[in-house]
Write a protein that binds this ligand. Sequence first.
Ligand code: UDP
Length: 353
Amino acid sequence: MFRVLFCLVLLIAQSVEAKRVLVAGGAGFLGSHLCERLLERGDEVVCLDNLMTGSLRNIKSHKENPNFSFIDCDICEFTDSYHHYDEIYNLACPASPKKYQKDPLHTLRTNFIGTMNLLEIAKRNRAKFFQTSTSEVYGNPTQHPQPESYFGHVNPIGIRACYDEGKRVAETLCFEYYRQHGVAIKVVRIFNTYGPNMSPTDGRVVSNFIIQALTNQPITIYGDGSQTRSFCFVDDLIDGFLTFMDSDDNVTGPINLGNPMEVTVGELAEKIVAMTASRSVVHYLPLPQDDPVRRKPDLTTAQMSLGWNPYTSLTDGLGKTIHYFREQLRLQEKDKKRSLLGSCHEDNLSFTL
Ligand code: UDP
């Protein structure tokens, strides 16, 4: 009897605390991990995604969860005047250079019109608004490591500008909605992140190198490989998101989240080849225009305001990511065999880079 009462109280307490959360871009790499964590803590999650770079495969496991729903829609077109949201996370935008440069005007539109659209919904709902900005707002930085106070060094007319300037204006929109309309905002600047659910074909360095290494194809290093990045494992980043969203309303950011361990692209290639025992050789290709030379977050604000630090080492994180891609390749092989036998398959996953 006592136990039944206790469970009832727990259920009521959970339903009072549970929030209705809109995750725009929820079928993408980071979004899918965020949805999972929110569901785990009992929130109701509405995942909004136009599936341009996201994948149903990433959210397949939530299909039967009554607290999860999916809306196939672009954030620029999304209207919802029926439902109430307590929190809105905006992760909706292609984030890899290869994908955001495919349709630059759409990238700009997503960041301006789409973000403004979601901010209007946040305003109407009095919802907290979480904007995923990026280290790209620093451009090719002249200050190292990059603190949030650094205004950046962005080429406004280059091929990366649709994303960099798009994300910069999205930050401006957030701060104007905060100042003019009192919307509670949280702006995070994400540095390079990797882990399971990365799209195998989006052209990022970690996914490219792992798939190339696992399939013994040449490792494509752009430039001479001396450019640096600092790679954060996805679980650490999502911890940071949740801590930031739950922080006081006066903590608006922008706050850098990432891992401060800086490596060159050449060192990353060597590490991945060694960890996969690959026979791949390195193939040098031209460095893309405006490719940042160095990047590393200054995490002082994250440490002081959120008490947040990343814990996963590059070796551990890469180990988990390699395991994920190995499994994906195995499934792809299985699918191929099945389709040769004439059966149809749900979604096609082709690892052509
Ligand atoms: N890069 C590379 N080979 C690849 C993909 C990327 O050498 O197959 C380089 C790219 O030029 C950049 C770094 O790796 O210097 C990180 O690229 P990514 O696209 O992952 O993210 P970025 O930090 O440039 O947004």
